[in-house]
Design a binder for this molecule. Structure first.
Ligand SMILES: CCCCCCCCCC/C=C\CCCC(=O)SCCNC(=O)CCNC(=O)[C@H](O)C(C)(C)COP(=O)(O)OP(=O)(O)OC[C@H]1O[C@@H](n2cnc3c(N)ncnc32)[C@H](O)[C@@H]1OP(=O)(O)O
Ligand SMILES: Cc1cc2nc3c(=O)[nH]c(=O)nc-3n(C[C@H](O)[C@H](O)[C@H](O)COP(=O)(O)OP(=O)(O)OC[C@H]3O[C@@H](n4cnc5c(N)ncnc54)[C@H](O)[C@@H]3O)c2cc1C
Length: 627
């Protein structure tokens, strides 16, 4: 029945202060207040409905996304929302759109790679959305290999301009979000050519469309690259294709914080590392880690609530069947994901601090922590997105058949989320960057000091690589092992930061105890999953492994009575979850049944096509050669 909390008995089992945990999850009382207020504002406004997405055509879907983006902007302006509230509103609208790249990449690129003068010119236009930007780096022929990009930017000293050109088919810009149909401007990455000499890839602000009638400017060919994985899903985003035919831009539209070109045609490299040209990617990678905890917690919330509602087998003397959340197999699949959601939340908090710290240091021209920041953002982006994509799929399976319904919210969540393993850096390519950082770290330890602890194996690898034909060949030969080492290195960081979080003052009855249980589940689950490595390297004995497994089982029993409260702490509205299986009141079956009849296929009792195709079949009116 409506209004009845079918999960009340579960909520009454909780052994900790859920409201206090909500603050921990949000990050602070202020962050909780903003999140809570904005999520309810979005949930209560029919202008932000999203339950019809899977029934719209691509063009209807995209037009609806434009409507929502404009409506969101009007809401932000009318209510005079702060930048923080506006970002939260876009988050809870929960629809990939051109605004993600305008706010999430175009603006950060100008802030990170533009001069003061360029920031003063372009940021006010972008903040007022008088221009709409995208981040056009990837090309048809190159994405991972940024130094392989083919678009050229040739300086013309006669006119004090750059000529932006797409010399080959494979140099066509391909994938940039917001580019296909909306962006008026791009940060386009191109090979800088001055006086016939190449100076690597740099960013250039290029206007693509008229601000009067939105038509592409002279020399610009632009469009959408077509349908992507899954219905609805990421097809609300106009990922685009862009070609330049000798497009001229003023010299002052090259982002010049890292490198400069003077009006005399002199190239100057600032005394900052050229990798700062990649700074926007580092910024987005750290936001993606926080996004991973959001996406995984959504899936876990759905699967946990449904696992408490679903009963299957185990009825004694006509009594109720067993809740599937009480099966040890269900717990062993679900609770490590619950622990991961919390672990990724806290690593995301730490990475945000690391990024802010390195940004502050860069302002003082202190580049000492830049390699660590690159390795951490790259590695943790790779680790958390892989685990989250796999985790969402596992949550779908944890919900049985009903997990495969769009009304469960899981298929679309999966389809929207999985490109995170690719965009902002393919996850393997990023792990190779971490491996390179680890090898460089080890080689710098000096011959007298042998690495110990979790990087002891690196000595053997280091020795092997040096005695083999050159470090480069060894690296390629051992890249599979090095990628595994990179993952282990990042997992060490996740566990260490979770433990550090527990050393902080954490208010609320039983809150810290619950987090300790989740931290131990996260760590011991990893130990169990990789016990072969730990045993073969002598880090643990078989007895340790057995003890760890016993402890893991005991921890699952400890978290079981608190599972519903731990996902309630995410404070997601039913609107944001978009899932009948995960609805707060657990009143699943009536809602599933009601939703089925709303499907367009049920608008008529007899389906279109019956008289044309089925009736002749049934009436044997179709003669085939064989009969
Ligand atoms: C309001 C907020 C809204 C929130 C929304 C935010 C947005 C969320 C939605 C996002 C959705 C979609 C967005 C997707 C956007 C994209 O996909 S943009 C394109 C992304 N593309 C990539 O990530 C490309 C990946 N490739 C690379 O980064 C580089 O090619 C790579 C690092 C792999 C290699 O670069 P090279 O130049 O070839 O460098 P190397 O020779 O490997 O290394 C040389 C040294 O440089 C160091 N290095 C490399 N990168 C960095 C870096 N980023 N920072 C610092 N240092 C770096 C490297 O370690 C080497 O150092 P060493 O010589 O060893 O000391
Ligand atoms: C939904 C979505 C949105 C996107 N948005 C944008 C955007 O807004 N702006 C933008 O510029 N780009 C965007 N991209 C592009 C994205 O950044 C690239 O697709 C991504 O960086 C991967 O590069 P790639 O496609 O060249 O992959 P590839 O590098 O071609 O990967 C193919 C395979 O090759 C492997 N591989 C590649 N190099 C190596 C190596 N050295 N060693 C071992 N294995 C290797 C990879 O691991 C992978 O398995 C988007 C992509 C998607 C899917």
């Amino acid at each position: 029945m409506e209004g009845v909390d079918h999960l009340a008995h579960e909520r009454n089992k909780s052994e900790f202060d859920v409201d206090a945990m909500k603050i921990v999850w949000a990050g602070s009382p202020h962050a909780f207040d903003v999140s809570d207020r904005i999520s309810k504002l979005v949930a209560s406004d029919p202008g932000f409905r999203k339950d019809n997405r899977s029934t719209l055509s691509r063009k209807e879907l995209f037009k609806n996304t434009l409507r929502k983006a404009a409506y969101a902007w009007k809401t932000i302006v009318d209510l005079r929302l702060s930048e923080e509230e506006a970002a939260k509103l876009r988050f809870y609208v929960d629809e990939p759109a051109f605004t993600d790249l305008h706010w999430g990449m175009f603006i950060p690129a100008i802030k990170g790679q533009g001069t003061e003068e360029q920031q003063q010119k372009w940021l006010p236009l972008a903040y007022k959305m008088q221009i709409i930007g995208c981040y056009a780096q990837t090309e048809l022929g190159h994405g991972s290999n940024v130094q392989g990009l083919e678009t050229t930017a040739t300086f013309d000293p006669q006119t004090d301009e750059f000529i932006i050109h797409s010399p080959t088919l494979t140099s066509s810009k391909w994938w940039p979000g917001g580019l296909g149909k909306v962006a008026t401007h791009a940060i386009a990455y191109a090979r800088l050519i001055v006086g016939g000499r190449e100076h690597g890839v740099n960013g250039f602000i290029v206007q693509l469309r008229s601000l009067e009638d939105h038509s592409p400017l002279l020399g610009i060919t632009v469009g959408d690259i077509g349908m992507k994985f899954g219905n609805g899903a990421y097809n609300t985003m106009d990922n685009g294709v862009l070609r330049f035919d000798h497009v001229r831009i003023p010299r002052n539209q090259m982002l010049m914080r890292v490198s400069q070109v003077t009006c005399e045609g002199k190239y100057k490299q600032s005394d900052v590392p050229r990798q700062l040209v990649y700074g926007t990617m580092v910024y987005v990678r750290q936001t993606i880690v926080a996004d991973a905890s959001c996406a995984l917690s959504r899936a876990v919330c759905i699967a946990t609530r449904y696992s408490a509602v679903r009963r299957q087998f185990g009825s004694q003397n006509g009594g109720p069947e067993t809740q599937v959340i009480d099966y040890k197999t269900q717990q062993s699949r679900l609770f490590p994901l619950l622990a991961s959601a919390y672990a990724f939340r806290f690593i995301g908090e730490w990475l945000k601090w690391l990024y802010a710290d390195v940004t502050q240091r860069l302002q003082a021209n202190d580049f000492s922590t830049l390699p660590e920041a690159h390795a951490c953002t790259a590695g943790l982006k790779s680790l958390t997105t892989t685990a989250t994509a796999d985790g969402i799929e596992e949550c779908r399976k944890l919900c049985g058949g009903h997990g495969y319904l769009c009304s469960s919210g899981l298929p679309e969540l999966f389809a929207v989320y999985v490109p995170a393993c690719t965009y902002e850096g393919d996850n393997t390519v990023l792990l190779l960057q971490v491996a390179r950082f680890l090898m460089k770290t080890v080689s710098q330890l000096g011959s007298s000091k042998k690495p110990v602890g979790t990087i002891a194996y690196m000595t053997r690898v280091e020795h092997l690589m040096q005695c083999r034909c050159g470090v480069q060949r060894g690296f390629a030969e051992l890249s599979v092992d090095l990628v595994e080492a990179a993952v282990a290195h990042c997992q060490l960081i996740v566990v260490s930061k979770f433990i550090e979080k527990l050393q902080q003052e954490i208010p609320g009855k039983g809150v810290k105890q619950q987090l300790e249980v989740l931290c131990n589940i996260y760590a011991l689950f990893l130990l169990h999953k990789h016990q072969g490595d730990f045993l073969s390297t002598g880090c643990i004995t078989p007895k340790h492994a057995a003890l760890a497994n016993d402890e893991l089982r005991s921890l699952y029993s400890q978290v079981r009575p608190n599972a519903i409260a731990l996902v309630d702490a995410f404070n997601y509205t039913d609107h944001y979850l978009g899932s009948i299986l995960g609805c707060y009141d657990g009143n699943v079956y009536p809602k599933l049944y009601e939703a089925a009849w709303k499907d367009p296929l049920n608008e008529s009792v007899v389906p279109d096509g019956y008289h044309q195709y089925i009736r002749p079949l049934l009436k044997q009116e179709i003669r085939t050669a064989r009969l």
